[in-house]
Design a protein around this ligand. Structure first.
Ligand SMILES: [Zn+2]
Length: 188
C-alpha cells in the first residue's frame, strides 16, 4: 500500500508514527505541498489515477499500529479515522484510505474536486464529489496535534530525505521523497 503525507510543516510525531507503522513493502511518500494551493489536490489526484490502494495521513495526524492494520485489512473501499478539529470531531481527508477499485470506479470524482485549493479540497471531494459514499469509520479517533503538542524536532536541520535514510528507507525518488521500507533492524 502507498501512504501519502502531504505537508507544509511536517510534524516529527506524524513522521515517526508513519514510518514506524508502515508495513514491509509499503511505500511512504512525503510531499511538500507548500508551493501552491493546489499542490495537495494534485498529489492526491496522481495516486487516485493509479487505481492502487493508498492512504492519506496529513502532516499533523499521528497514526497507530491499529490504524495501519485497519487500512491494510479492512475490506471496505473507503475508510477513515475521525479526529478532532477546532469545533468538532469527525472524519476528514487527513486520515483516510481508498481502495484502488474505488478510485477507479470514482475517477470522475477526483477531477471534480482537484481544481479546488487545499482549503476546499476535502469538502469538495468527500462531501460533494463522493456524495452518497460515506467513509467506513474506525475508532478510536487519531491524534490531531494542536500547537502545544507540536514538539521540537530532535532531528532539526535534517532533511526528510536524510531522516528517511537514517530510518532504513530506500529513497526511490529524491524529488518527491518517495521511499520504500524494506524491513530490517531499524525498528526492531
Ligand atoms: Zn474500514
Amino acid at each position: 500500500m502507498r501512504w501519502l503525507c502531504p505537508f507544509t510543516e511536517l510534524q516529527p510525531l506524524t513522521r515517526d508514527a508513519l514510518l514506524e507503522h508502515a508495513r514491509e513493502g509499503d511505500e511512504v511518500t512525503f510531499v511538500n505541498v507548500s508551493h501552491s494551493a493546489r499542490a495537495y489536490p494534485i498529489a492526491v489526484q496522481e495516486l487516485w489515477e493509479e487505481a492502487r490502494d493508498f492512504a492519506i495521513v496529513e502532516h499533523d495526524i499521528v497514526i497507530r499500529d491499529d490504524v495501519a492494520a485497519a487500512f491494510h485489512d479492512c475490506p471496505e473501499p473507503y475508510c477513515a479515522f475521525p479526529y478532532e478539529w477546532t469545533t468538532n470531531i469527525g472524519p476528514a481527508l487527513g486520515c483516510t484510505r481508498f481502495r484502488g477499485l474505488f478510485t477507479y470506479e470514482h475517477r470522475q470524482a477526483i477531477y471534480q474536486a482537484s481544481g479546488h485549493s487545499w482549503r476546499q479540497f476535502d469538502y469538495a471531494l468527500m462531501r460533494d464529489a463522493l456524495r452518497g459514499h460515506a467513509p467506513h469509520l474506525h475508532l478510536p479517533r487519531v491524534q490531531h496535534l494542536n500547537d502545544a503538542q507540536k514538539l521540537v524536532d530532535p532531528f532539526a536541520g535534517w532533511t526528510v530525505a536524510e531522516h528517511l535514510a537514517a530510518m532504513g528507507y530506500q529513497i526511490d525518488n529524491p524529488d518527491r521523497l518517495t521511499a520504500t521500507y524494506f524491513g530490517g533492524a531499524v525498528f526492531g
